[in-house]
Design a protein around this ligand. Structure first.
Ligand code: PLP
Length: 367
């Protein structure tokens, strides 16, 4: 392409792409090839060989020439059963819970409509709010990543958000806001409250039992962190009056045939996933204790499958690179004052966690 064409296309891009899109950077995913991957909260375990063979057998006869069931009927039955959702609770699936966050925002977006979140939290709330043209207001967490609930309630009273998101436990901190504080927020919210339990498999509490008691409360879950990240499936549950409306923002056939069948199959064998997540919880506690014993490191308590830790001032970049040079990819954090000098590691297998610890200690010694 000649330089003239380039300039022409750039001028057109500038003229036509919305400024709020141009000013955003794309969601960055680090290249993990050849590295121990402890950056994205994935479950490190595969399925046993016999189970994989049975699963492939199940997929063999699926009619991939046909569109999938738009209502994902069988999958819905399997999820309701497994999660213990009553038949009167509304249920909606997304291509990952990210898609459900987008659907929720599309359903409430409008001039002067606001989104409220604690910060730091899961970055997609703010990114997707920007995409639909909503203002996202953040209430800063304290230095120990606890939430000042009164400050949050005050912000809610001032801004009257159409929707608020509470990642419970929170990402990237791993903290679980006390239930009483969460319910104070739910009760006082003027609009929708989405409790995002992406880490439910690793947490000690859930709002599942009070879902029917608060009409403004919606529960968001995902299969990604518990072991099925590659299938991309999330679900949203709550009063059917909400779910019916939010469903109208869904693209037809958003959950593909292979995902519908594979997750339904996985739930028939949920004990396999349960055993894996139990091992991850035990490893999290071991890794937490090991990190707490490393001089110069402050590790924060976590109810998720990752640990956030603070390193000596100014050393986060060097440690991240040092750990990576030894073959382990973790997550460098930034974007919020409280995350200065913080790194996040996903809990892997015992061997992976040991490799990480060795790499961290060697990198600390080189500072
Ligand atoms: C990872 C994560 C998600 C996204 O999950 P997908 O279902 O994979 O899109 C949503 N919310 C939180 C808090 C997360 O950490």
């Amino acid at each position: 392409m000649s330089g003239g064409d380039m300039n022409d296309v750039e001028a057109r891009v500038t003229a036509w792409i919305r400024p709020e899109i141009r000013s955003q950077s794309a969601y960055a995913v680090a290249d993990a090839s050849g590295l121990v991957k402890l950056d994205a909260m994935e479950n490190p375990y595969r399925w046993p060989e016999a189970l994989r063979a049975e699963w492939l057998e199940r997929l063999r006869d699926l009619p991939i020439n046909r569109y999938p069931d738009p209502a994902a009927t069988e999958l819905a039955r399997a999820v309701r059963n497994w999660a213990g959702l009553s038949d009167t609770t509304g249920l909606l699936f997304g291509n990952g819970s990210d898609e459900l966050i987008q659907m929720l925002l599309l359903a409430v977006a409008g001039p002067d409509r606001k989104v409220l979140v604690p910060e730091p939290t899961f970055v997609m709330y703010r990114i997707l709010a920007g995409l639909v043209g909503m203002e996202c207001i953040g209430v800063d967490l304290e230095d120990d990543f606890s939430l000042d609930t009164d400050a949050f309630l005050a912000a809610m009273a001032r801004h009257r958000p159409a929707i608020l998101f509470l990642a419970w436990p929170n990402n990237p901190t791993g903290r679980l806001l006390p239930r009483a504080d969460l319910l104070r927020i739910v009760e006082a919210a003027p609009g929708l409250v989405v409790v995002d339990e992406a880490y439910a498999a690793f947490a000690s509490d859930s709002v599942l039992d009070v879902l029917g008691e608060y009409p403004q409360l919606l529960l968001l879950r995902t299969f990604s962190k518990m072991g099925l990240a590659g299938l991309r499936l999330g679900w949203l549950a709550g009063d059917p009056a909400w779910i019916r409306e939010i469903d109208k923002t869904r693209l037809p056939y958003n959950v593909n045939l292979l995902t519908q069948a594979s997750v339904a199959f996985a739930l028939e064998h949920h004990q396999v996933l349960d055993r894996q997540t139990a091992r991850i919880r035990a490893e999290r506690d071991r890794l937490q204790a090991a990190l707490a014993a490393v001089p110069g490191i402050r590790v924060f308590p976590s109810e998720a499958n990752f640990l956030l830790f603070r390193v000596p001032a100014g050393s986060a970049d060097a440690l991240f690179e040092g750990i990576k040079a030894q073959g382990v990819l973790i997550k460098r954090l930034g974007g919020h004052r409280t995350l200065t000098d913080c790194l996040r590691v996903t809990v892997g297998t015992a061997e992976e966690n040991d490799r990480f610890l060795t790499a961290l200690e060697a990198s600390l010694a080189e500072l």
